[in-house]
Design a protein around this ligand. Structure first.
Ligand code: DX5
Ligand code: ZN
Length: 230
């Protein structure tokens, strides 16, 4: 079943603990944590200390998305801080193959994120090292942006590339996701829907989370020409 991963970038940082509790109570299994360095992307967000306090205060899976230059240098520190899933950008890694291997050896689930302008096919050789792939459906750097229209096409392409290698890899989509496009995401082959502003900027984060979860559950996955319920 597809998961909804609330992105804490849009949470209330002064009351982060309460927002995490709300997501636990709403039934979330995974939290998305955006790390930005003001270099790879033109924004600065949170770093190691916040990942550490999140780790000590929740058992939810921490899905850490590194939007930083030279992730090769910082990956281990984020795993030590408590990341369960660790995604590094295709565009930023110096030695992607080795980095993904290191992440796995250090005990986290390795993932590659790739930008809207990066073609799916560049991932062909590294897929076998991935636990998940993050399709960026906005240009990374900020929450609350509009979904980029061809992103589901990329998801479908990625799903067939994964299937052609008989691999079992989760597809995550990140950016501009909300109740309007959750079903289509799941039907396109998405396993994890990241969503920030649609949840935390709504009148009830719990209800918005549960609404998206219901939409994901009700969606239908298209496999070849057959449509099957999930
Ligand atoms: C953007 C981040 C996203 C962001 C999504 O660079 O990677 O995770 O929080 O926010 P929304 O859901 O508001 O587009
Ligand atoms: Zn993200």
């Amino acid at each position: 079943m597809a998961l909804i991963a609330p992105s804490l970038l849009s949470a209330d940082f002064l009351n982060l603990g309460q927002d995490v509790r709300n997501m636990e109570e709403a039934g979330a299994e995974i939290l998305h944590v955006d790390v930005m360095d003001g270099h790879f992307v033109p924004n600065l967000t949170i770093g190691l200390p916040v990942v550490e306090v999140l780790r000590s205060s929740t058992d939810l899976l921490l899905d850490v998305h590194l939007m930083i230059s030279n992730p090769d240098q910082m990956a281990e520190a984020f795993i030590d801080a408590g990341a369960d899933y660790l995604s590094v950008h295709y565009e930023a890694a110096n030695n992607l193959d080795r980095l993904l291997e290191t992440i796995r050896e250090k005990g986290a689930q390795p993932g590659v994120a790739f930008n809207p302008d990066t073609p799916v096919l560049v991932l062909k050789e590294v897929l076998k090292r991935c636990h998940h792939v993050v399709v960026m459906s906005v240009h990374p750097g900020f929450g609350g942006q509009n979904f980029i229209a061809n992103s589901f096409q990329k998801v479908r392409k990625l799903r067939s590339l994964i299937d052609s290698q008989s691999l079992n890899i989760k597809i995550e989509i990140d950016g501009g996701m909300g109740p309007d496009n959750t079903e289509e995401a799941v039907r396109s082959g998405v396993d994890i829907v990241v969503t920030g502003s649609a949840i935390f900027h709504s009148s009830s984060s719990k209800e918005s989370f549960q609404q998206m979860e219901r939409l994901a559950e009700g969606a239908v996955v298209l496999k070849g020409n057959d449509a099957i319920s999930v």
